[in-house]
Ligand binder design. Structure first.
Ligand code: NAP
Length: 264
């Protein structure tokens, strides 16, 4: 399959955590369309990850699939070691993997809090540690936050806190990676139509348990001046932009990619 995208990432290697589905799979395919060799990571969706890899290979790039639970330090070591062993270098890392959580204060227990923070915060630091060790100079590290870090939703406090932590992390990591000319940013999507959106949005958008999919999309769409929810095609273009040579003067930033659902 050929692609009309500019081949501005040819010769680079890009790793995307949580790229078997959703925002991550769309992003890794987009990076492959721009010519990067890619690493697809998953937790349990092996078949989906292999399908994503096949799609990338059909674009003429190399694609490696690695199972790793990024909330665990040792799995991050395995993921990055395999990348260097197989593809020989690393230039772009999109730390995307994460989980949703909702629950009123009386419904949340300590084990849930630990799981959310392990998967959404500790994991991203572990991934950044391995990126620090293995990435080439002039690279791009992109972390994953959320609109939820800025905008309140009922029952969403633990998830929101985990995503807000990432925004603090990138400001400091930008200084740590800066001397090697590696930029560090994070993205904060609004409602993007993925499995997570389908499962979670009805839980924290009041009244949405009684809505059809169309009505839910309409409600989420009203957050944005553009009047619709987001799609993975909306987010992957921004990831490709942040990964590109053209974004060399953006670092330490949180980029809202929510169709203007949050304005600063
Ligand atoms: P999704 O459809 O649920 O996909 C999640 C991906 O993360 C899957 O590839 C999953 O792998 C992987 N994953 C989960 N836990 C993992 C772990 N411990 N180790 C490795 N991989 C793991 O989610 P999404 O909607 O694409 O969201 C992706 C990221 O964007 C998340 O960090 C989420 O918080 C953030 N976000 C999403 C939205 C939205 O509206 N969708 C909005 C703001 C922020 P398996 O397939 O193997 O389970």
């Amino acid at each position: 399959m050929s692609t009309s995208r500019e081949q501005n990432l040819k010769g680079k290697v890009a790793l995307v955590t949580g790229s078997s589905r959703g925002i991550g799979s769309a992003a890794v395919i987009r990076l492959a369309e721009h010519g990067a060799d890619v690493v697809i990571n998953y937790l349990s969706s092996e078949k989906l990850a292999e399908e994503v890899a096949e799609k990338c290979r059909s674009l003429g790039v190399r694609a490696l699939v690695v199972q790793a639970d990024v909330s665990k330090y040792e799995d991050n070591v395995k993921l990055f070691d395999k990348t260097i062993e197989t593809l020989g270098r690393l230039d772009i890392v999109f730390s995307n993997a994460g989980i949703e959580h909702w629950g009123k204060p009386n419904e949340v227990d300590e084990a849930q809090i630990d799981k959310v923070f392990n998967t959404n915060v500790k994991s991203q630091f572990f991934t950044a540690q391995q990126a620090y060790k293995h990435m080439n100079d002039n690279g791009r590290l992109i972390l994953m936050s959320s609109l939820a870090a800025q905008r309140g939703f009922p029952g969403h406090s633990i998830y929101a806190a985990s995503k807000a932590a990432v925004q603090g992390m990138v400001r400091c990591l930008a200084f740590d990676f800066g001397p090697r000319n590696i930029t560090v940013n994070c993205v904060a999507p609004g409602g993007i139509k993925t499995d997570m959106y389908a499962e979670s949005a009805p839980k924290y958008i009041p009244g949405s348990d009684k809505m059809s999919e169309k009505e839910l999309d309409h409600t989420v769409g009203k957050w944005s001046p553009l009047g619709r929810p987001g799609y993975t095609d909306d987010t992957s273009g921004i990831i490709a932009l942040l990964a590109s040579p053209e974004s060399q003067w953006i670092t330490g930033q949180t980029l809202q990619i929510s169709g203007g659902a949050q304005m600063t």
